[in-house]
Design a protein around this ligand. Structure first.
Ligand SMILES: [Zn+2]
Length: 475
């Protein structure tokens, strides 16, 4: 009886124990899995604040989840009528038993309110995400993040002040214009170049002043325009009355001999740790083309920042007692033997007098660089504000330091023949935002008065305008 009872009971008891153990193991494994995966659910974070949405507004959202990883995410924009527009979605499948393992994901997109059919006015972006955690099904579908925004599809207004403008190829001009408060950047656009407008400290908030040039080698039909960009990425381009005057530049032939290549070109390459080609023409081109380009890039870098006021006391002073050796934008053909080996434009004035003559600052300003600058040798570069700078090259020695305030007529160094020079002379350049312009205009008091001082005085920028400015038209 006992035996037979025991024989019947044992399997039942065993089965119950097995069941209990299975449940226990199940609870431990399941609980462990839940604890391992985390119960908090995914979270979302906006990486850069957005305020207005326009035609090209970047949106960057960082999503994170526990160890089981993200399963999906969705970003929607809510229109004022309550309807939703899908901006982005992604399914992230499981890669094993325990989920996707994707614990971090950054969603980057560019919003175009017009293409999305979002009308101007307020709106909201909703960010949803799910994860592979075992408790995910318990969570209600609610946005993890709500991002309020305002749609702005209207380009900022721009009003150009003053009348007719004239600019000569390779020359300079100044434009004064008004912008709206939400304008984040503006300037004069000439082809692909933009010459930024700045607000001189003394002028009202909405006034901008931009100096610009039409490059000496610009293709025909290039018309300067004023452009403004708002925080939503809306861009306005406006025409203003401007006539671009043609100008022809002289041509010049330069003979390059072995003595110049061995005495100047090769040592210049060595001094700048460049490879020195054995072939004389190759060596010359390594300087005249390659190093020249690098030098111009460096000048652009150095002149990228400029004071928000024009430090102008009349016209630029011409280096006294000098003979002009070479003018602005001379088209140079370089001859080695009877072969033309290169063409370059000479972007400044070469002024020669006695050797090691004191070189004077042409205008008040701040020294932005004193350095050995490739083909230009030892240079002093002075910022005069609003992107205007002057360059003094081939110096044998310098007498100022970066950051020094200099006055017109102050000695900045002594002439020499450092860099790509064949004899002691001053190479003088005037630059607008790092582009060489013809100094001849800036040396001319009448030109400076009509093109720079009078428009600034009309805009209310006093101080640099001469008292007898008159009221003639800008020419
Ligand atoms: Zn020169």
């Amino acid at each position: 009886m006992r035996d037979s009872f025991g024989r019947r009971e044992r399997p039942r008891r065993l089965g119950r124990r097995l069941l209990l153990w299975t449940i226990l193991v199940g609870v431990v494994v399941g609980g462990g899995w839940i604890l391992w995966a985390g119960t908090g659910g995914p979270s979302a974070r906006l990486l850069a604040p957005i305020d207005v949405v326009g035609r090209t507004t970047p949106l960057e959202v960082s999503l994170s989840a526990g160890r089981a990883g993200l399963a999906s995410f969705e970003m929607m924009a809510r229109r004022p009528d309550g309807t939703l527009v899908l901006l982005a979605e992604e399914q992230i499948p499981e890669t094993g038993l325990l989920g996707s393992g994707v614990t971090e994901r950054t969603a980057t997109l560019e919003l175009d309110a017009k293409a999305l059919g979002l009308p101007e006015g307020p709106g909201e972006i909703e960010v949803y995400a799910t994860d592979h955690a075992p408790t995910a099904f318990l969570r209600p579908r609610e946005p993890l993040l709500r991002i309020p925004f305002r749609v702005d599809l209207t380009p900022p207004k721009v009003r150009v002040l003053g009348g007719q403008h004239w600019i000569t190829r390779g020359g300079s001009d100044l434009v004064v214009y008004e912008v709206e408060p939400d304008t984040v950047s503006s300037g004069v656009e000439v082809g692909k170049s933009v010459f930024p407008g700045q607000r001189p400290q003394s002028l009202p908030e909405h006034i901008r002043v931009a100096l610009y040039t039409v490059p000496h080698d610009a293709p025909d039909g290039m018309t300067p325009r004023v452009t403004a960009l708002d925080a939503a990425g809306n861009r306005r381009v406006v025409a203003f009355p401007v006539e671009v005057r043609a100008k022809t530049f002289p041509a010049e032939e330069i003979r390059v001999g072995d003595s110049f290549i061995d005495g100047t070109v090769r040592p210049l390459l060595e001094a700048h740790d460049k490879e020195v080609p054995a072939d004389p023409v190759e060596a010359f081109l390594a300087v005249n083309r390659v190093m020249r380009r690098a030098s111009e890039r460096r000048i652009r870098e150095l002149t990228a920042e400029s004071m928000p006021r024009l430090a102008l006391t009349g016209a630029f002073r011409q280096q006294p007692g000098t003979k002009v050796g070479s003018r602005f934008a001379e088209r140079r053909s370089y001859l080695y033997g009877d072969q033309v080996v290169d063409h370059q434009d000479h972007l400044g004035y070469d002024l020669a007098s006695v050797k090691q003559t004191p070189i004077l600052a042409a205008q008040d300003g701040t020294v932005i660089a004193v350095e050995d600058l490739g083909i230009y040798g030892n240079v002093v570069l002075i910022d005069h504000g609003l992107g205007l700078a002057s360059l003094y090259a081939h110096l044998s020695s310098t007498e100022v330091s970066q950051g020094d305030l200099v006055e017109a007529g102050q000695t900045v160094g002594r002439s020499g023949e450092t860099g790509l020079a064949s004899g002691d002379h001053l190479h003088f350049s005037i630059l607008i935002r790092g582009r060489h312009v013809d100094p001849i205009e800036w040396w001319d008091p009448r030109w400076v008065r009509l093109h720079i001082e009078e428009p600034l005085a009309e805009a209310g920028l006093t101080g640099s305008a001469t008292a007898d400015a008159g009221s003639g038209p800008v020419q």
